[in-house]
Design a protein around this ligand. Structure first.
Ligand code: FAS
Ligand code: PHB
Length: 391
């Protein structure tokens, strides 16, 4: 088989890239190791920043988002006895939307299916070859057991943190940065109306907690737990008790309404950046190149920003034989990657507690400054609501 761009991974990055390339008349094939049902049922991110929503609108995929999503002006920062609203719209004239990554992926997959996009699901043994040449190719075994080779002009590694693309960048040029945090998130979905109009990020001596949501009838909540936590050691009652304590149930008349938990999982917290994001005819985008702790709601949005930078670069390369944007892609993408990596680290270290009483005082002082100072609040708003693409 031959195509112009072989895309590994049918997550948000891979599906969005195939869509943006198709809009420029560029042919691609997507290769995915999981089943379509599995990909479309994964529960992950929940917040879309301003520029992500604008991009989805621009490509005609904003309709369901605007019908079923919720536009939020900002978030609440909380610590015992205090809760402060950070109003992004007032501070930086930008908002965010609550619309699950699951739904974004469903919208992208439906649009690609309608366009007749070729996607190989449930493949195995994916491998990347000859990326140092102008004739790279991907090989894999398809769901019927056939060995397939796809020759392409370009390979896009959109295969997340466990795919083969990362390792296809040779050690001699690859540089990585990694930080593993000493805590994880226990995330739950609950069939109960949210007890808040906008997200609450809460610092508490017992540990961080967050109240998010997926709709008017489904809440999404998180608890800081130790690394290696077995989710089965957290009963529903224990989860709701911890959420009530940490989110301030009963403080200033606010109450947390519990409900039936329909999903719970433990998510490790890690920062990871790999450079360069381009080697020869291989280009990395999304989690294949970087991972952020979810405290800054950046993972999905950063994947979108990478692809929004990569698509015009590949279009110029393949349609005008102009490699200038392809040559600068890695540096262009990494400016935002490092900004989002710093912001995600900053939110994570400000809100997650340790046993160190000195750290606790620093965290509380930082929270009081961010909530009480227009400069501090604007800094958070600008980063959370999202910097313009190309920043
Ligand atoms: P993805 O991981 O979404 O997609 C990569 C795709 O490549 C996958 O479908 C995978 O099956 C496929 N693949 C892997 N190896 C392959 C191979 N060998 N051959 C073919 N295909 C292969 N971000 C937030 O902002 N907020 C959150 O709350 C949040 N929660 C998360 C929870 C979890 C459990 C995880 C893992 C991530 C979470 N993230 C969150 C981050 C997440 O949203 C990512 O940033 C986002 O999925 C990035 O999209 P992609 O780069 O497309 O990677
Ligand atoms: C979510 O709703 O899943 C969510 C929201 C904000 C975050 C992380 C996750 O920072």
């Amino acid at each position: 088989m031959r195509t112009e761009v072989a895309i590994i991974g049918a997550g948000p990055a891979g599906l969005l890239l195939s869509h943006l390339l198709a809009e420029q008349g560029i042919d691609s094939v997507v290769i995915e190791t999981r089943s379509q049902d599995y990909v479309l049922s994964r529960i992950r991110a929940g917040i879309l920043e301003h520029s992500t929503v604008q991009l989805l609108d621009d490509i005609g995929l904003g309709t369901r988002l605007r019908a079923e999503g919720q536009q939020h002006r900002g978030i609440y920062l909380q610590w015992p006895e205090e809760r402060h609203h950070i109003d992004f719209t007032e501070l930086v004239d930008r908002s965010v939307w609550v619309y699950g990554q699951t739904e974004v992926t469903k919208d992208l997959a439906a649009a690609r299916e309608a366009a007749g996009q070729q996607i190989f699901y449930e493949v195995t043994d994916t491998a990347v070859h000859e990326v140092d040449t102008e004739s790279p190719y991907v090989s894999f075994v398809d769901s019927s057991g056939r060995h397939v080779r796809i020759d392409a002009a370009v390979i896009a590694g959109c295969d997340g943190s466990f795919g083969p693309s990362r390792a296809a960048v040779p050690d001699r040029v690859r540089q990585t940065w990694e930080r593993t945090y000493p805590y994880s998130w226990l995330g739950v979905l609950a069939d109960v109306a949210p007890s808040t109009d906008e997200l609450i990020y809460a610092w508490h001596s017992d540990g961080f907690a967050m109240h998010s949501m997926r709709s008017a009838t489904v809440s999404r909540l998180y608890l800081q737990v130790p690394n290696g936590t077995d989710v089965n050691t957290w009963s529903d009652d224990r989860i709701w008790d911890a959420l009530s304590t940490r989110l301030g149930h009963g403080q200033n008349g606010w109450t947390l309404q519990p409900g039936p938990i329909t999903d719970k999982s433990v998510l490790p917290m890690r920062s990871y950046v790999q450079t360069p994001m381009r080697h020869g005819r291989l280009f990395l985008a999304g989690d294949a190149a970087h991972i952020v702790p979810p405290t800054g709601a950046k993972g999905l949005n950063l994947a979108v920003a990478d692809v929004a930078t990569l698509a015009p670069a590949l279009t110029a390369l393949l349609r005008k034989n102009d490699g200038s944007l392809a040559d600068s892609y890695s540096d262009d993408a990494l400016r935002r990657v490092w900004r989002c990596t710093h912001f995600s680290w900053w939110m994570t270290t400000m809100l997650h507690t340790s046993d160190d009483p000195f750290d606790a005082q620093l965290q509380l002082s930082q929270l009081r400054w961010v909530a009480g100072s227009e400069a501090g609040a604007t800094g958070l708003a600008e980063n959370y609501a999202g910097l313009p693409i190309g920043f």
